[in-house]
Design a protein. Structure first.
Length: 178
């Protein structure tokens, strides 16, 4: 496997990993809970998803041929009027990821050197992808943190639960060697 193939395979793996973390967060929340805010000025999960989806659709639609900041995107409105229901939010979430994965699947050795513009600034393809690979996980971390705040002691950990490292390592590596 060459560098380009390995890079793209890893990028897809990482994006899927963070999508799964979001999915596992949403699975624990109700319609009411996706609208919860710690303070009135904060963003709810439903608002954060609206922003992520707006960004995904803008950045990944015609990824190789158009600026990633589309004229039809209204970023400020992403922080207004959240999705009305979890079903509506989840449908948008899936649309955003579908757009992203479709764009990534269109990349091959014939277009890997394409320059990508975001807000009229030129990026290498790797820079443009890495920019989003840094952006979305930061928001997924917010989603998970909000989910944990909302659920409290009922929260189901998305990774190794606190206090569970020893048993996880034992399962992965077997009993400690003396």
């Amino acid at each position: 496997m060459n560098f380009q193939e390995n890079y793209l395979k890893n990028v897809v793996f990482e994006f899927k990993r963070y999508k799964t973390m979001g999915d596992k967060t949403f699975a624990q929340l109700s319609d009411k809970e996706i609208h919860w805010k710690y303070q009135a000025t904060d963003n709810s999960i439903a608002i954060i998803i609206k922003h992520i989806v707006g960004n995904m659709l803008s950045r990944w639609t015609n990824f190789l041929t158009e600026d990633g900041e589309k004229s039809w995107r209204n970023r400020e409105m992403e922080f207004e009027k959240p999705y009305a229901s979890k079903v509506e939010m989840m449908a948008a979430w899936e649309r955003g990821w579908e757009c992203l994965f479709k764009a990534l699947n269109s990349i091959d050795s014939s277009n890997f050197e394409t320059k990508i513009k975001i807000r009229n600034k030129e990026h290498t393809l790797i820079e443009a992808i890495n920019r989003q690979l840094a952006h979305y996980p930061s928001h997924v971390g917010q989603l998970a943190f909000l989910g944990k705040m909302i659920k409290g002691s009922d929260w189901i950990s998305l990774s190794i639960p606190k206090g569970g490292s020893s048993s996880f390592n034992k399962k992965m590596f077997g009993p400690p060697k003396s």
